[in-house]
Structures are given as C-alpha cells and as structure tokens.
Design a protein around this ligand. Structure first.
Ligand code: PLP
Length: 447
C-alpha cells in the first residue's frame, strides 16, 4: 500500500507551489478550534485561519450539525427552475445585513467566480440600459481578486500574473494609498490618487465599466490598508461620474475588519458586493455576488437576451447555504463581534511591543488583522520569507508571510493564551531571523 505522502507526491498538484524544490506538504489529519494536527499528532496554531476562511474555529459542533442535518435532507439540487429553503434564507439574511438596495444574491462557489459574475453583470448592465459597450475596469496596484481570467485582469497590479497579460481584458490601474501607524504622508498620497482619478474620469468616464476594489484592505497584495476617508471619497467620485462600484469583500467580509463588512465604514453603498471565504466559516466552498435592485431590474425584459447567461453546477449548493445560515446565527449566539473587539485590543497591545523592533517597519492594524513588513527582505517566496515560514511551522504555528509581509489573521475563537503564544513566537522568530542574517554576513565576508 502506498502512503498518503507517496500518493500525494506522485499525483497531487498543489496551488502556488514550485514542486521541484519546495518541501513536502505536511499531512493534516484533523482540526479543532484554532488548531489543526498532522498525522503524527503535532499541533499547529492556525494563525491565518486556513487562507482566511475559518471564522469560528475548526470542527465547530453547531456547524457540523447544520451540515449533517442538511446532508441528510438534501445535499444538492440544480438551481435553475428550482429553489430551496437554505438559499432563500441566506439571500434574505444577507440582504438584511447589507445596506441600501443590495438585495439580489447570485450564488457561485469561490471568490474568483464571484468576481467574474460581478464583472459580467457590470458589463451587461451598460449593454442592457444604454446599449453601449464599456469594457475598461478601474482597479488598483497591489489588488488581488482571484486566479480566473477576469479576476486576474483586475488583479494584474499585484505582479503574480505577468505571464498571462496577453489573455487579459483592459484595465486602468490606480496607485493604492496604503497607510500604517505613524505614516505622515498619507493625506498627500490620497490626494495624488484622487487627482489622478479625476483626470481619468474627465477623459474616459464613458468607457469605464466599473471600479473594483478590496475595501480598506488589500489581502494577497500584502495586507495593505487604506483609510475609510479615502474609500469614501473614491466611491463618491466614481459614482458621481456614473460608473459602477464593485466591492470585493471576499477577504474583508464577516467581521474581519472589525465590522461585519468593510462597507460599513463609509456612507456610500457599492453597486455590487462579492463575498466568499468566511461565508461558510471555512466549511464549504460558496460565494455570492450581491447586486443593488436597479442592477437586477436592468436584466428584466421580454426575451432571454437581457438575462444573465451564467450559472455553475453547484450554484447555491444547499450544504454551503445551510452552513452559512448557521454561521451567521453564531455571530449573535457567541457574541462574535465582541470576540473580534478583544482580538483587536490584544493586537494593539502587541503593537507596542513590536514598535521598536529593528527588524520590521510599517506596523498596521485593522480589526483582527495585524501586519508588518520585514526590513530588507525580498518578494513573494523570497529566501527570508520561506525561512521564517518554516521556522514558524517548526514551532507549531501556521503563519505564511506574503513576501516580506508577516501578518496575523486568526480565527475568532482564538483564546488569549493562544494569541500570546503567537505574539511570543513572532518576537522569537524575528530574533532568529536576525541571527541567521548575521551568520550569513560573516560567512559571505570570508575570503
Ligand atoms: C481569495 C480572494 C479572492 C479569490 O477567492 P478564491 O475563493 O480563492 O477564488 C478574491 N478576492 C479576494 C479579496 C480574495 O482575498
């Protein structure tokens, strides 16, 4: 019999992985609350919530029960011509949670497709309402919206996808005015972006389909935060120019930034919102694209030609919807937003410890996300970045730096003790990295 490792090595193709030289993946056998365990029983504290999906912790009894009950009743049914209680309930709850006319929910199964749907909706909206073809999207340097073709196009500013340029649709990139503790230039940076934006709008507003932005927090681009004041002015400008606004809340949704959705930090309401990752608490793949009523109305007509020709086999999968419904109820049952506040408070205290650490810069905090840059380190999967990732794994912590950015993105069930363990090891990890660098300097200075 072949082992899991042998079968994996021979047949699995892992995401974002150079198979020739990266270490073998760790075989994970089980998970509970803030931790998962490998096949030898070693514990890993999941400080990045398994790629930002896990909200209430692993193996939550209420979520398991919801999955079990729904699976016993009906695991799946096609969503064209049919509907079911879990989907109807979820769309109605999301419409209640979201502001303004954000009342129409289109289902798919991951963040990237939620973005594809939003882009197609926006494009067809102009076709349906004004019979014009607008095909340029406004988006940000450092933005990330997923790995499918449309999502890569609007995420071309993050540098992961240079190879695919020839396959992409047209975009206009704006600089992202990211900010951190003690950043003194932020107002000037924001003004420069808004000035640039106004010029673009004067010249080509009528060719632009929509603005796409990760509100307040660029995730994969390196946990870069902008201020609500900027977001507010940006959206105001773009909507005043008659252009649609799409918020990609795939990473920021469901409490991550301290409020249920990042859009709650501003008065303007986007035209479309994409949600995924935390929507099922990390238990099932599911995503939604939520549209304002007037967008939906623009697709009504006597013939099919104005309808949206889009749908996935697992659209509105009942298992995913049932868990999402249960996850939303947990927010009030378990006082999740208070837990989030506690994490923010603990992070803020830890920032004082980090403040004078000579290894790092640009310390920043938003809700439950604490991030900083390693000084003098390179790009995605640079040597230092891989080295410290492995150091953390060795110590039993799942912390996966994005290039020179180290960040915490914990599940909301994390205890004070577990947070302390994370904090302590970050300080130790930075120290170890500093020693490693000094040793390398000594080595390379030998004749
Ligand atoms: C992860 C992510 C996506 C893509 O979601 P997938 O489920 O990985 O396809 C899109 N937008 C943002 C902001 C994300 O963080």
């Amino acid at each position: 019999m072949k082992t899991v490792q042998e079968k994996d090595q021979k047949h699995c193709w892992h995401p974002f992985t150079q198979h020739l030289n990266e270490a073998d993946p760790i075989i994970i056998a089980s998970a509970k609350e803030s931790c998962f365990y490998d096949d030898s029983g070693k514990k890993y504290l999941d400080l990045i919530s398994s790629w930002w999906t896990c909200l209430h912790g692993h193996a939550h009894p209420a979520l398991i029960q919801a999955l079990h009950e729904q699976a016993s009743e009906m695991a799946h049914v096609m969503f064209a011509g049919f509907t079911h209680r879990p989907a109807a309930e979820l769309s109605s709850s999301l419409a209640d949670l979201l502001p303004g006319g954000l009342n129409r929910v289109f289902f798919s199964d991951n963040g990237s497709t939620a973005i594809e749907v939003a882009m197609k909706l926006a494009f067809q909206y102009w076709q349906n309402t004004t019979n014009t073809r607008r095909s340029k999207f406004l988006c940000f340097e450092g933005g990330y919206h997923g790995d499918t073709l449309g999502a890569m196009s609007v995420g071309r500013g993050n540098g992961f996808f240079k190879l695919y340029e020839d396959m992409m649709c047209e975009t206009i990139l704006l600089p992202f005015p990211d900010s951190w503790e003690g950043d003194e230039d932020i107002v000037k940076k924001e003004e420069r972006v808004l000035t640039q934006l106004k010029k673009i709008l004067e010249q080509q507003a009528s060719e632009i389909t929509a603005l796409l932005i990760e509100p307040l927090m660029q995730g994969a681009g390196g946990m870069r935060f902008c201020r609500p004041e900027f977001l507010q002015q940006l959206v105001l400008c773009v909507q005043n120019a008659g252009i649609l606004v799409i918020f990609d809340e795939v990473a920021t949704g469901f409490g991550r930034t301290g409020k249920m959705f990042a859009l709650e930090y501003i008065d303007q309401v986007p035209d479309l919102v994409c949600l995924s990752k935390g929507i099922t608490g990390g238990y099932m793949p599911l995503s939604v694209t939520v549209a304002q009523d007037y967008i939906f109305d623009a697709f009504l007509g006597d013939t099919f030609s104005s309808a949206l020709p889009h749908g996935h086999s697992y659209t509105a999968n009942p298992l995913g919807c049932a868990i999402a419904n249960r996850s939303l109820k947990l927010f009030s049952e378990e006082g999740t937003l208070q837990k989030i506040e506690n994490i923010t408070r603990r992070h803020r205290e830890f920032m004082l410890v980090l403040k004078d650490n000579p290894m790092i810069e640009k310390i920043r905090l938003l809700g439950t996300v604490l991030a900083f840059d390693l000084k003098g380190s390179g790009s995605y999967k640079s040597k230092d970045s891989l080295w410290i990732r492995d150091w953390f794994l060795e110590k039993g912590l799942n912390i996966r730096p994005l290039g020179n950015v180290i960040y915490l993105f914990p599940p909301y069930c994390i205890t004070d003790g577990e947070l302390d363990e994370g904090y302590r090891n970050i300080v130790l990890g930075l120290e170890a990295l500093s020693h490693k660098r000094s040793a390398e300097v000594v080595l390379s200075s030998r004749p």
